[in-house]
Write a protein that binds this ligand. Sequence first.
Ligand code: NAD
Length: 551
Amino acid sequence: MTRNTDRSPSGTQNAPDHPRGMALLRDPFYNKGTGFSDRERDEYGLRGLLPPRVLSQDEQADRVMKYVRQLPNDLERYIALNSLHDRNEALFLRVVSDHIDEIQPLIYTPTVGLACQKYGHIFQRPRGLFVSANDRGRVAQVLRNWPHRAAIIVVTDGERILGLGDLGANGMGIPVGKLSLYAACAGIDPKTCLPVMLDVGTNNGELLGDPFYIGLRQRRVQGAAYDELVEEFISAAREVYPGVVIQFEDFANHNAFRLLRKYRERVPTFNDDIQGTAAVALAGILSALRVTGGTLTDQTILFLGAGEAATGIAELVVSAMIAQGLAEDAARRRCWLVDSRGLVVKSRTDLAGHKLAYAHDAAPVGDFLSAVRTLKPTAIIGVAAVGGTFTREVLEEMARINERPIVFALSNPTSKAECTAEEAYRNTRGRALFACGSPFDPVTLDGKTFVPRQGNNSYIFPGVGLGAIVSRTRQIPDDMFMAAAHALAHQVSESDLRQGSLYPALPRIREVSTRIAATVAETAYRLKLAGETKPADVAAHIHAQMYDPHY
Ligand code: NAD
């Protein structure tokens, strides 16, 4: 484990370029603020620049939490945590790791959605790289302006931020938040994490008219010019940071699927909205099946939504069913999609390419409740970003059809959730096996307390990223997501299941991520995709490379 002290002044005494004095206090990767010891204050010319009292990191973390908790709302908390992130990276990650249950919803979903909507208005200090359509022809030069060596990039073009639509350059909050979780949840060195906003404009009229909008004030570049910019970015990233893992995030459907297809065999890349979501949902289904006693191949899964999340989950479920012996055709017929125009069926002529594999030969059905009545699914998965769509009737019908209905309301942020946890349990008389996209408090019904847990991608992507970096894999195929889903499901204990939790407790996330990283790296070695020979002890090798924010 690489402790933060290894990079701190005392650990790098001989580094000639190590910052000193005020420059040290202004460098978030080295700064410890009032946490600098007396010896460090002498050694690095800090005496007098800090108040005399030395605080331990524990005391600092305690002070941060007290301050954050008394703020009036979550957006203020987001701003305060972001500003800590800008001052003292180690302390920020320490606070996130130690209070992940409380802090993750503040630095990522759901608060990050609100922060992105107001990004221009709360913008203080830039974080990450803004590569704009005006940078065509000089993207490598822009990447070289970044002062560190990137091992992992999260890139968005801001066109489909969570369930909130086109937020243009304001979408930068997403890669920033996501990479904080890579560092906090999987111990990826924060210095090697690079958030990138590919700013090609926005079609959001409100933002274009907003005097404080931070992005290019133009409509989105599309077609060949867009593709050329993405291509230049990918080539430049690989040239400047050989082997870098590139995670696509929150691209709209019309780009997300084809960019993934285009690059997945050329570079170590994945789309978390499609593949990370798929793995976390599959893990949740596998956990639910431990309760129902059913097999995966016997499930009928009905999705509300037919976008990246729905088809991504369906694809991985199909692969998992095939792995359990079902023929591909039969496996696909176990997954059904409902989009804004009703059930996705063969006779429809308005279907986008990514839905076609699930356009089954069946009569058209106009609405979700009718689709539930017709198909009698064992599981419903909500990923349409339309709040309240798992109505009382839908939930009651699921409870009528199934002894233990599987109900995943995955849409984010909370306002878009298909139902609340309370609705899911109440309307199924406590029989739903429930997972959510946004956090919900425990629910007590007839004396039994249910603890719903988030089917959050953050269970998956940090470990996948760490495994990919450590093994220096050339690709990140679906096999790795399947392995990650199984590894995650294995972490769910019997006592988790007894209280209705389909995922492990979030505070165990570093342990969970380490196991996922190990299984991803093992897959890279097995498929001969790794860029280095397999170490004798994969888990120990991974552990040794993880960043520890303690000082
Ligand atoms: P997307 O834009 O790719 O897909 C949305 C889909 O919903 C589209 O197919 C659209 O046709 C369909 N839709 C829209 N209105 C509808 C309606 N009234 N009825 C039925 N279908 C309708 O978006 P996505 O990436 O698939 O994400 C969808 C939602 O899932 C978002 O809220 C996102 O935040 C959430 N999500 C959650 C997780 C998670 O919790 N793990 C992961 C990924 C996505």
